[in-house]
Design a protein around this ligand. Structure first.
Ligand code: AMP
Ligand code: ZN
Length: 122
């Protein structure tokens, strides 16, 4: 893992702008460290994004000091899934880098549910 601290916010980052309110999003979840909001291009009946308020570009850029925050995001996703009544299951996806299909370079968890998911993913 890298040791250089991550910036608090990145000026050209779409999701930092959602965190600071410059770009609107309907917050279905918020705590001191993270927010959850609907994906603008949903791939399932429930498709939410959970992001840290702090700018971290991806799991590949996460620092040792971000470990607890990454766990927090997973726990937040599970809590949201319970609130959304995804009782039959769901999928959490974290795309990372070009091969991972990451298009927004601010770490985010996709929470997908409400339909049966296939494996392997495309
Ligand atoms: P990824 O491809 O894993 O980086 O995911 C980025 C996701 O952000 C995509 O699923 C987009 O549909 C979603 N997205 C892009 N812009 C917005 C926005 N303004 N509000 C909500 N979701 C967005
Ligand atoms: Zn950001």
């Amino acid at each position: 893992m890298k040791t250089k601290p991550n910036a608090a916010a990145s000026p050209d980052c779409l999701f930092c702008k959602i965190v600071d309110g410059t770009i609107p999003a309907s917050r279905v979840y918020e705590d001191e460290l993270s927010i959850g909001f609907p994906d603008i291009n949903p791939q399932a009946p429930t498709h939410l994004l959970i992001i840290p308020k702090q700018h971290i570009a991806s799991t590949a850029k996460a620092l040792a000091e971000d470990t607890a925050l990454m766990g927090h995001l997973m726990a937040a996703a599970a809590e949201i899934a319970r609130k959304e009544s995804l009782d039959d299951g769901y999928r959490i996806v974290v795309n990372t880098g070009d091969d991972g299909g990451q298009t927004v370079h601010h770490l985010h968890l996709h929470l997908l549910g409400g339909r049966h998911m296939k494996w392997p993913p495309g």
